[in-house]
Design a protein around this ligand. Structure first.
Ligand SMILES: Cc1cc2nc3c(=O)[nH]c(=O)nc-3n(C[C@H](O)[C@H](O)[C@H](O)COP(=O)(O)OP(=O)(O)OC[C@H]3O[C@@H](n4cnc5c(N)ncnc54)[C@H](O)[C@@H]3O)c2cc1C
Length: 488
């Protein structure tokens, strides 16, 4: 046993080593510990950052994710730290005179009626503290050990099976063996690369983030999605302090940034602020003007789900696939991963501690479950991102049709939101909704009343664009269909 005053004592062997103490890693550590009621097992969670990762990241969590946070004992602590219960989405096309579309979580039957939104740094800080608190300062063996300020730089291998990690930190190098390594180290996962898991990551662009206090909004407890500008704008509450709400604004930017450094504030003021509703535009304009130094900027990626397991290895959270944040579902996916991997651990809670806790059959079952919800969510995020950001006729046509579809009835809105919020994960429903929207695009292109607004040549271009866009989605739809049909 190695021991120093700078860190908790680290054993040379654990049942599970989780790499990454972000949302997914912390949730999994807590869920595994809860599954091990007899405290037979040991879990090491390692993160390269002390405190929290400095990058701005996800904050808006769907009800299903909020429920998992509640089940794991994080919810009450998060609310005490300023997290806000949230009601759903409001989507508006600012150039339109029509009222925005309101998508309320409470309308989804059988679902927790509210989600949760919280500043990302508060989220991770509270989750890590919860893990520390479960051990207390007692002398007994620890079930969960959190090690911060150490980076995983290599994997230990026994032929093709992963059996441990190599860590580096201020004190040098540590080698830790285990039965299972879990990659919870985010979209650029080092563990995934070290394990040679194939990865088709594509860079999409950036999101600039801004915090604004006390803004006036008609729907302050919803994620407001505002379209019409150069990219979608999102505005949602991230903290409640002394009764006042603080909001996060995110601005979607292309890969080739139109402005950098201090010039970015000026660009956002000119290009995006005019699309915001009056009172919000004022607060955001002021906040941009007052902002000192560079704005927070996070790269956005699309990572089609790689295989979520290999011998001795499981991937969770963004390491196991991520999409553009527009559907705000990355964190709910990471929480579902934690839930389903821990379900496998619970099944084997009574197995002799000399035997691996999560064996190959457990990992197979986890991967099967994971592959049923992740492709659907990714296909949805991908389609919505293209419809909301795309500038071609196809994207514009789909955007118009999507609004028309949502306005056509409550049932349509509820179905869409259930998919968006990961409450509805049956690929069959995704495919039906997808085809209905496509039908709306084509129908709206040919509908006679449409001619009042658009000449025939434009409508033909819209059809052409929509068919082209649908064509590029055939692979995505096929992937969803396959995830439902495949035999194992
Ligand atoms: C701008 C932006 C906005 C978003 N908005 C939303 C939203 O509103 N709702 C939503 O659901 N999702 C959103 N997302 C996605 C969401 O942030 C992610 O899905 C979520 O943070 C993934 O959690 P994770 O724990 O898998 O990874 P991360 O949060 O990336 O955590 C990975 C952890 O691993 C650590 N680590 C990395 N490498 C190593 C290593 N070699 N050794 C040790 N530790 C390591 C890091 O320090 C980090 O703490 C957004 C993403 C972005 C970029």
């Amino acid at each position: 046993m190695l021991n120093t005053q700078l860190r908790p004592p680290i054993a040379d062997r654990y049942d599970v080593v989780i790499v990454g103490a972000g949302l997914a890693g912390c949730a999994l550590a807590q869920a595994l510990a809860e599954a091990d009621q007899r405290r037979h097992r040991s879990i090491l969670v390692v993160d390269l950052h002390r405190g929290v990762s400095p990058r701005f990241s996800g904050e808006f969590i769907h009800p299903r994710g909020a429920q998992i946070l509640d089940d794991l004992g994080f919810y009450t602590r998060l609310v005490a730290a300023g997290a806000v219960d949230v009601d759903g989405f409001v989507v508006s096309q600012s150039t339109e005179q029509d009222a925005p579309v309101v998508l309320d979580y409470a309308a989804i039957p059988g679902e927790r009626p509210r989600g949760l939104s919280v500043h990302h740094k508060t989220l991770v800080r509270v989750m890590r503290q919860t893990l520390r608190d479960r051990e207390g300062d007692g002398p007994g063996p620890r079930q969960v050990t959190l090690l911060e300020g150490w980076r995983v730089v290599d994997l230990l291998r026994d032929e093709d099976r992963t059996c441990g990690v190599v860590l580096t930190g201020r004190e040098g190098e540590l080698r830790v063996r285990c039965d299972l390594v879990v990659a919870a180290d985010g979209k650029a996962s080092t563990v995934r690369k070290l394990a040679d898991v194939p990865d088709r990551r594509q860079s999409l662009g950036f999101m600039a983030g801004l915090e604004v206090s006390g803004a006036k909004l008609r729907h302050p407890l919803h994620a407001n999605v505002i379209l019409g500008g150069p990219g979608p704008i999102l505005c949602y509450p991230i903290a409640r302090q002394d009764g006042e709400l603080s909001f996060r604004l995110t601005f979607d930017l292309p890969h080739a940034l139109p402005a950098k450094g201090a010039d970015l504030s000026g660009y956002l003021t000119d290009a995006f602020v005019p699309y915001l509703p009056g009172p919000l535009a004022e607060s955001v304009g002021d906040a941009l003007q007052r902002h000192q130094g560079p704005l927070e900027l996070a790269p956005t990626f699309n990572l089609p789900a790689p295989p979520a397991t290999a011998p001795g290895l499981a991937l969770v959270g963004d390491a196991a696939g991520c999409s553009h944040p527009i559907t705000a579902s990355g964190m709910t996916m990471g929480l579902l991963d934690a839930k389903y991997l821990a379900r496998e651990a619970r099944r084997r809670a009574d197995v002799d501690p000399g035997q691996p806790w999560l064996d190959d059959a457990s990992l197979r079952r986890y991967r099967l479950e994971h592959d049923r919800y992740v492709p659907t969510r990714q296909a949805l995020a991908d389609s919505i991102f293209e419809a909301f950001r795309g500038e071609g006729e196809g994207a514009r046509g789909i955007r118009r049709a999507l609004f028309r579809y949502w306005r056509s009835g409550e049932r349509q809105r509820v179905r869409s939101l259930a998919l968006l919020a990961c409450a509805e994960r049956r690929p069959r429903i995704f495919l039906t909704e997808y085809l209905k929207t496509a039908h709306h695009v084509l129908a709206s292109s040919f509908a006679p009343q449409h001619a009042l607004y658009f000449p025939v040549s434009d409508r033909l271009r819209q059809v052409q664009g929509a068919v082209g866009l649908a064509g590029t989605k055939v692979g995505v739809v096929a992937q969803v269909a396959w995830s439902q049909l495949r035999p194992f």
